[in-house]
Design a protein around this ligand. Structure first.
Ligand SMILES: Nc1ncnc2c1ncn2[C@@H]1O[C@H](COP(=O)(O)OP(=O)(O)OP(=O)(O)O)[C@@H](O)[C@H]1O
Length: 365
């Protein structure tokens, strides 16, 4: 676990952040340009020194003003992956991977990491003969083989084109499932947040304005400016229940006691799955529709109503969860929409964004 509570003045900018990043999870630092993400990474890594506070990693204090303690970067046991892979051009891939690898990292761990990142066939090549995505996989391998207690990833996909990004995402997903150290990941991409984040720390002008499990932060008002009208959606954590015996559909349990049918997913019973429901994919009815083509019809309560120039945004209570729906002002008037009323929500489609299960942690030393 990484825990920090720091304050740092940088010119007129004040960084004032407090959060924890648990082991075995990806904590995404998200925020506009200038929100303080790089300043925060610099403070964690020891490249800059906060004015006040503490930073603790596992059972080690990295920084503490009351104890006048500030470990230098090289003593912090942090692995880094940056936008550009920063490989040593004169070393082959194997040489790059072994650079900074302590003697405690066994051959079995080396082989495991090489397999995890699928770079075994690249070991004899020089960096100039690798694609952008391959270089990043080697950079991630090198960071992991330094036996870090924390992995800091600063926009690791930002310099790649879309196909290379898509190529690398599954490796990062696998990495998150198989390591047992905290991963702090800086990105501007909502897509990366959806696929990779276990937790989001949302920064604005140096302050943490939201911090928690991905679905909780994603569904909060603080995230709303990033989603706009098109991407406005609700994330729900669901459990796989069963496949339909006759049709290619899977049944998921959400919000404690509700069930949803989605296109068939590869999952095992009780496996956790993150699903995304777009606000524009929900329609509302006063009575339970009969003989509808739509498979998911759920009883909901109206919690909040917000009218914009073009649509009505309705926050719905569903068991222990909440869902956003967008309908037209005309439909809202016809339904005589009021807070507290019970309606039926029809979900036209549900997308699965992340299989959130965890395999055995990867031994790092
Ligand atoms: N040493 C410094 N002196 C003065 N101001 C600084 C210093 N370092 C950072 N800042 C300011 O702090 C603010 C936060 O910068 P930072 O680079 O941390 O933001 P960011 O969220 O990483 O942005 P981006 O997404 O564009 O990389 C900016 O306004 C920047 O100009």
């Amino acid at each position: 676990m990484l825990t920090l509570d720091i304050r740092q003045q940088l010119g007129t900018f004040t960084l004032n952040t407090c959060f924890a990043a648990p082991a075995g999870q990806i904590t995404v630092l998200f925020g506009r340009s200038g929100a303080g993400k790089t300043s925060l990474i610099n403070a964690i890594s020891g490249l800059s020194r906060p004015d006040q506070g503490h930073i603790t990693l596992a059972d080690r204090t990295l920084f503490c003003t009351t104890r006048a303690l500030c470990l230098p970067p090289e003593a912090r046991r942090i692995g880094y992956v940056f936008q550009d892979a920063r490989l040593f051009p004169h070393y082959r891939v194997a040489g790059n991977l072994n650079y900074g690898r302590p003697a405690t990292v066994t051959e079995a761990t080396f082989t495991h990491i090489v397999e995890l990142l699928d770079i075994g066939h690249l070991l004899d090549r020089y960096p100039k003969d690798l694609s952008g995505g391959e270089k990043q996989r080697v950079a991630i391998g090198r960071a992991l083989l330094s036996a870090p207690q924390l992995l800091l990833m600063d926009e690791p996909l930002a310099s790649l084109d879309l196909p290379r990004k898509q190529e690398l995402l599954p490796y990062l997903e696998r990495l998150a499932k198989e390591t047992d150290i905290p991963i702090v990941y800086v990105t501007h991409s909502l897509d990366e947040v959806l696929h990779l984040a276990d937790r989001i720390v949302l920064l604005e002008a140096g302050d943490v304005i939201a911090n928690g499990p991905t679905a909780e932060v994603w569904n909060s008002d603080a995230m709303r400016p990033w989603l706009g009208e098109q991407a406005h959606s609700t994330l729900l954590d669901a459990q796989f229940v069963a496949h339909h015996p006759d049709y290619p559909l899977s049944k998921l349990q959400v919000c404690a006691d509700q069930f949803l049918w989605v296109s068939q997913v590869a999952a095992t019973p009780q496996q956790s799955i993150r699903i995304r429901i777009f606000a524009s994919d929900i329609s509302l009815a006063q009575e339970r529709p009969v003989k509808s083509s739509i498979r998911n019809i759920l009883p909901v309560q109206v919690v909040r109503i917000a009218r914009t120039a073009t649509q009505v945004e309705v926050l719905l209570g569903l068991g222990r969860c909440q869902l956003w729906a967008h309908i037209t002002p005309w439909a809202a008037d016809e339904l005589a929409l009021e807070v507290g009323m019970t309606l039926y929500a029809q979900l036209k489609s549900v997308s699965v964004t992340q299989e959130d299960w965890r395999a055995q942690p990867l031994p790092l030393a």
